[in-house]
Ligand binder design. Structure first.
Ligand SMILES: *Cc1c(COP(=O)(O)O)cnc(C)c1O
Length: 412
């Protein structure tokens, strides 16, 4: 009955012959109808602690009043006009993002607005090709990386299992071992336009880069006039304890040439952005790239309210503080071996229990998180999560790990 998944979750009120939703996500077991801060509520009004926040999306919590007000005001003012015209929020957001990338000072870049992470990355890849010119179009990425599900971002993604069945893929991507400068050095010939890396590999298991690695990449790129592009779709916008993940490793003039972002930018409204230094962005000419919806008033109203709120609460400092609270709460749980990641982009390594089984059991017990490897769960909670909700979730997680362990022991 793999085709009746949504109907299993929500019942079968329409008497449809099959689930009308494509089976790409596997069977959902819960239908959520509303959210408030770090709590979610299902069809039966049952409350769940949310440690996932839509996988790093609702960083200010669900139904944030500033974002809700911005969206509802915009809805009755102007929803959409073509990008042939200017609209109210694009310039303020682009200016704010440029200042965040410059860590308080203007970084000297320009922004293209998209609708998603994959689309922000498509923009970066097209910009790299335009910058490199004919014959110098290759983009070098890392194994275990994740850059999206469109054909070219899938080709950039360093996980063959995700793309093998979709071959042939667009050409022009190479993969090298993560955090290996020697291998990267060998891959950089005169057909390469850009190196494209995450500051913390998110989907690939939560693997942070290092100062040595990112400084080395910057140097190799500078020596050959290759763009250093950073995918901040998951790590960006305060989650790691800095505005952008790369800022843990690079500063000032060392900043990347291109930075992409999306997930947290609209606190749940779909919006992505590709920022590039003006020297790189100027490779694009009018007509080279476009999108109907990217940067439209509705999405940008949400992004503007999100960024203003993040600045007002000093979201990077708050993320660092909450990450320390999580660390203490998690390490006190029997069965937790270690945590890794940066700030609130965190993996928790478990001892002798199946992490995906733990994640599934947590959901039935009222805690939302996900399994990122066979042995680790991933947490990407709201940056605003209250201390009591950290404690409440930790209590559920401890109970679930103990239950899964004793069941496995009884079976084995
Ligand atoms: C989620 C993610 C993407 C893809 O974003 P979509 O909005 O799903 O297209 C790209 N890169 C990274 C690092 C991500 O985590």
């Amino acid at each position: 009955m793999t085709n009746t998944t949504h109907m299993q979750a929500v019942g079968d009120p329409e008497g449809l012959p099959r689930c009308p939703i494509m089976p790409t996500y596997g069977p959902p077991s819960v239908e959520f109808v509303r959210g408030e801060g770090s709590y979610l509520y299902d069809l039966h009004d049952r409350r769940y602690v949310d440690w996932l926040a839509g996988i790093a999306v609702t960083s200010l919590g669900h139904s944030h009043p500033a974002v809700a007000e911005a969206i509802s005001a915009q809805a009755s003012k102007l929803l959409h006009v073509s990008n042939l015209f200017a609209t109210e929020h694009q310039v303020p957001i682009a200016t704010t993002l440029d200042r965040m990338i410059g860590d308080g000072e203007p970084a000297g870049g320009q922004v293209f607005f998209a609708n998603s992470g994959a689309e922000a990355n498509e923009c970066a890849i097209k910009l790299a090709r335009r910058y490199g010119g004919r014959g110098r179009h290759n983009v070098v990425c890392a194994f275990q990386s994740f850059h999206g599900r469109t054909l070219s971002t899938l080709a950039a993604t360093g996980q063959p299992a995700k793309w093998e069945v979709f071959q042939p893929l667009p050409e022009g991507f190479r993969h090298v071992a993560w955090a290996d400068l020697d291998e990267l050095d060998k891959a950089l010939d005169d057909t390469v336009a850009a190196v494209f890396l995450e500051p913390v590999q998110g989907e690939g298991g939560v693997n942070p880069a290092s100062i040595e690695y990112f400084k080395g990449v910057r140097r190799l790129c500078d020596e050959r006039d290759i763009l250093f592009m950073v995918d901040e779709v998951q790590a960006g916008l305060a989650r790691t304890g800095k505005w952008f993940g790369f800022q843990h490793f690079l500063s000032g003039d060392d900043a990347p040439d291109v930075v992409t972002m999306a997930k947290a930018l609209g606190n749940g409204m779909p919006i992505g952005a590709c920022w590039a230094k003006a020297s790189a962005a100027s490779a694009f000419k009018a007509g080279d790239h476009a999108t109907t919806f990217g940067g439209q008033p509705m999405a940008t109203s949400a992004a503007r309210a999100t960024l203003e709120t993040m600045e007002a609460i000093d979201a990077p400092a708050m993320a660092a503080e909450k990450a320390a609270e999580f660390e203490t709460a998690l390490m006190a749980i029997d069965g937790v071996v270690s945590t890794r990641g940066l700030g609130l982009l965190m993996a928790v390594e478990l001892d002798g229990v199946d992490a995906r089984a733990v994640a599934a059991r947590c959901l039935t017990e009222g805690l939302v998180l996900n399994g990122v490897t066979d042995t680790a769960i991933r947490l990407t909670p709201a940056i605003t999560i209250p201390s009591e909700v950290i404690a409440e979730g930790a209590e559920i997680l401890a109970r679930v790990i103990a239950a899964v362990r004793s069941e496995a022991a009884a079976e084995g």
